[in-house]
Design a protein around this ligand. Structure first.
Ligand SMILES: Cc1cc2nc3c(=O)[nH]c(=O)nc-3n(C[C@H](O)[C@H](O)[C@H](O)COP(=O)(O)OP(=O)(O)OC[C@H]3O[C@@H](n4cnc5c(N)ncnc54)[C@H](O)[C@@H]3O)c2cc1C
Length: 385
């Protein structure tokens, strides 16, 4: 009959993992018209995304060492703008700016070079005076006189990942996305009609594509489909993988910016709470048998942070979280189709909070619309072949 045509079937995509990467991907896929199912073995933001420092912005270290990664983070800054415009206020994304500082002379010299390179690349970054400038930007911070250099990155910020996760989930449901929480994806079976996800409950999800965003479990799941990606394991590289954030109880601190020193970093976490992280503490935790002593380690991170706060703030430990970073062995993101596993796509990175919105946009184009994005080959899964 004239004027009647059968509508093309919507592309079916199963996303494994409801961390920040999986949820951003799921929403963007649903927005380009895909029928999306999200499978999560625990609950949303249960993995690394819930134990993250969650600093977002263009990391200065990468501008010299890994310019392509720096560029991806720059793209992520723009993608965050689009995401927050879409989600509206209270999305959990706080673009407050970040203060970087060091007491080390060589690091101070390097910081100057990195700032110059970042500015050339179009990122706002400035060296500031530890006295007057700093007091104007962040009156709640008091750096020691030994501070050799202080930098200000006005476009950086942080994410309250639980809030962002909630907003993404709400949007996904509004777009008709299905969720299967508390069900583990056991394996991916290859079929000519597209990959099939088999869940621990026995449920089978047939799809045109599966996106693996399962954090540290991504390698194991990819292997069930015959695909190879390589992540550091907590057994072989504990100090790189295991991380702790210590969160203070409510305080009267008016701290509003992200503060990053050579080892210690902290930022607000809502309700006067301060969330603190230290790489030294991660190492101490990783070498502690069965994570014994995590509370004591968290206490010490809080005390070290308190010293740098003005206003006579008295911080006590509220809680702490221990997580495992999904860390590709070569230290850069994995994003793309997995060779040898038709219809299987991987999205795994240890800068997941920072990169999630740009990864979501890439996945929507590549998986949802079968277009190819100009992603550098260094980030593609076929590098592990
Ligand atoms: C201490 C610490 C500090 C960090 N600081 C930063 C930072 O400042 N900035 C930054 O960008 N990143 C940071 N990271 C890293 C960042 O948190 C992660 O890269 C990011 O959260 C990864 O998100 P994801 O969605 O890929 O993985 P996850 O958040 O780990 O989510 C994966 C999800 O998949 C689920 N899952 C796993 N296997 C299966 C399965 N078989 N079936 C179903 N579900 C499954 C898990 O339950 C989990 O919920 C930090 C991490 C830590 C631990």
């Amino acid at each position: 009959m004239e004027g009647v045509s059968s509508l093309p079937r919507r592309r079916r995509v199963a996303v494994v993992g409801a961390g920040i990467v999986g949820l951003c991907a799921a929403v963007d896929l649903a927005e380009v018209g895909c029928a999306v199912s999200v499978v999560e073995s625990e609950h949303p933001i249960a993995g690394a995304s819930g134990a993250s420092f969650a600093w977002i912005g263009a990391s200065l270290r990468d501008v010299i060492e890994r310019p392509a990664y720096f560029e991806l983070k720059q793209m992520a800054t723009e993608a965050y703008r689009r995401l927050t415009a879409k989600l509206g206020p209270d999305s959990g994304v706080r673009r407050t700016g970040a203060i970087l500082w060091t007491e080390d002379e060589a690091e101070a010299d390097l910081l100057e070079v990195e700032i110059a390179a970042a500015r050339t690349a179009g990122v706002e970054a400035d060296l500031i005076q530890p006295g007057s400038d700093l007091e104007r930007i962040e009156p709640s911070l008091s750096l020691p006189p030994s501070a050799e250099a202080v930098a200000w990155l006005p476009d950086d910020g942080y994410v309250l990942t639980s809030e962002l996760g909630r907003r993404l989930l709400g949007r996904l449901k509004g777009l008709g996305g299905l969720t299967f929480f508390g069900e583990r994806a056991d394996r991916i079976e290859s079929r000519s009609a597209g990959p099939r996800l088999v869940l621990s409950s026995g449920r089978k999800i047939d799809s045109d594509a599966v996106v693996i965003a399962a954090g540290t479990q991504s390698q194991v799941l990819a292997e069930t489909a015959g695909a190879r990606i390589r992540l550091e394991s907590a057994a072989s590289a504990p100090s790189k993988v295991i991380g702790l954030v210590a969160i203070s109880g409510p305080s009267c601190s008016a701290l509003s910016k992200v503060v990053v020193g050579t080892d210690l970093m902290f930022r607000p976490d809502g309700g006067g709470r301060i969330l603190c992280h230290s790489y030294d503490a991660d190492s101490a935790l990783a070498s502690a048998a069965e994570r014994f002593g995590a509370a004591a380690i968290a206490e010490s991170v809080i005390s070290r942070s308190q010293i740098l706060l003005t206003d006579g703030v008295d911080l006590s430990l509220g809680t702490y979280r221990v997580g495992e970073r999904p860390l590709p062995v070569d230290g850069v993101a994995i994003v793309g189709w997995c060779p040898g596993a038709d219809g299987v796509y991987a999205a795994v990175t240890h800068s997941g909070v920072c990169l999630a919105p740009v990864l979501g946009e890439i996945i929507a184009k590549e998986v949802g619309q079968l277009r190819t994005c100009p992603v550098p080959s260094a980030f593609r899964p076929d590098r592990f072949e």
